[in-house]
Design a protein around this ligand. Structure first.
Ligand code: PLP
Length: 400
């Protein structure tokens, strides 16, 4: 059997070095636990950037995948297939009345959404899309142009024209950025890569109002916040206007968790907007793959039947209380943000090699925006394992 070092060496040679990979080879997962090739066990507090929302090898997802794999794999989108209709109907039930387009990733869903915003604005000469500083919308050329982080753009200039960024939470800045060529606004309900940033409570409704007044398409990028991550089905379901009415987007995009770890992206739009995407305007050969669709529907079923939104909320609240009262962390934490099981712990100073230190202790965590520890465990993590994971996290953070 190959040693870990041998596998690492093969990986360093065979794979492009675009990821800052850790020197660990993950081999097996079950629930919220992972094991590497040396047999070391980890509590997974990050679920592969949120994708493994039900943890690893969930029996319901294995069942859905194998059932569908024995029936139909791929025919392309010149045909109707039931698994994608099931999933689209599920989005209708859990989000708002709309129609779905399926692809493989978050960035593709956002591309589709921005294309649709341009189509909608075309007759009025509107084509530009405004996004927010510290946002992240993916790695394609158009989406690094939309992303509000100079590091993501660096080396790839010039950017795709028509993407403008303004400061999040500043409605006056947004208003003055809108001109006669603006087609839409894209924003995450909570900024994920940017550091788990939440907006002032009134901001989303003000953005919606600006869109209505100017005939703009509002896109909520729910790639991080969607499918139960924040304790509601979708992050925007926390948003209301002054009269308590829900703030809805024209288009919502999904990725990560929707496939439970399989590659699924979705653009979900109000029918009046969706209808502009006529044959020939957009597509995706392997999009809506029946196996991926069946698994995605099983993700929704399992969250619903297991009451995992409530579970996630309870665990999130427990973590905030536990971490903020821990004497060993006094003076080390600048703030804890997020909702449900999408949590960001901002440290007072950038913690050195914190992810590696976490691995040594037996937990998988993430660091973003230099000093924000991100936690996004599977929604299925049991209370005792969560408590154990938080204890190990505290041991890790107390080292810095
Ligand atoms: C909010 C948001 N949008 C889009 C993306 C891109 O998704 P993907 O990596 O699936 O293309 C990400 C990825 O982190 C994200 O956080």
């Amino acid at each position: 059997m190959a040693t870990t070092e041998e596998i690492l060496e093969r990986g360093r040679t065979a794979l492009i070095g675009n990821y800052g990979r850790l020197p660990v080879v993950m081999q097996r997962g079950e629930g919220s636990l992972l094991w590497d090739t040396d047999g070391k066990q980890y509590i997974d507090l990050f679920a592969g950037f949120g994708g493994a929302i039900l943890g690893h090898c969930h029996p319901a997802l294995i069942e859905a995948a194998t059932r569908q794999a024995a029936k139909l794999w791929h025919v392309g989108n010149t045909f109707y297939t039931e698994p994608q209709i099931d999933l689209a109907e599920r989005l209708n039930r859990t989000a708002f009345p709309g129609q779905a387009f399926f692809c493989h990733s978050g960035v593709e869903a956002n591309e589709a959404a921005c294309k649709l915003a341009r189509l909608r604005g075309k007759e009025r000469g509107r084509w530009k899309v405004i996004s927010l500083n510290k946002s992240f919308h993916g790695r394609s050329l158009a989406m690094i142009s939309a992303t509000g982080n100079p590091k993501t753009k660096a080396g790839f200039e010039p950017m795709v024209p028509g993407f403008i960024q303004v400061e999040p939470g500043d409605i006056a800045a947004l208003k003055s950025a809108i001109d006669t060529e603006t087609a839409g606004i894209i924003m995450e309900p909570i900024q994920g890569e940017g550091g788990i940033n939440v907006y002032p409570a009134a901001y989303p409704a003000q953005v919606r109002q600006l869109c209505d007044e100017n005939g703009l398409t509002l896109i909520f990028d729910e790639v991080w916040t969607g499918c139960g991550r924040t304790g509601k089905w979708f992050g925007h379901q926390y948003f209301t206007d002054a009269a308590g009415r829900p703030v809805l987007p024209d288009i919502m995009t999904l990725g990560k968790a929707i496939g439970g770890g399989l590659p699924v992206g979705a653009m979900f739009a109000r029918p009046e907007v969706a209808k502009l995407l006529v044959p020939g305007t957009h597509g995706c050969t392997l999009g809506a793959n029946p196996i991926c669709m069946a698994v995605a529907t099983a993700v929704f079923d399992t969250i619903e039947s297991g009451k995992l939104l409530d579970h996630g909320n309870r665990l999130g609240e427990f973590a905030v209380a536990r971490l903020s009262r821990e004497p060993r962390l006094a003076g080390r934490i600048a703030g804890i943000r997020g909702r449900g099981l999408m949590l960001g712990i901002e440290m007072t100073t950038p913690p050195e090699k914190i992810v590696e230190k976490g691995l040594e202790k037996g937990i998988v965590i993430n660091l973003t925006a230099q000093k924000v520890i991100r936690l996004a465990p599977p929604l299925t993590i049991p209370q005792e394992l969560w408590e154990k994971g938080l204890d190990l996290l505290i041991d890790t953070l107390a080292l810095v």
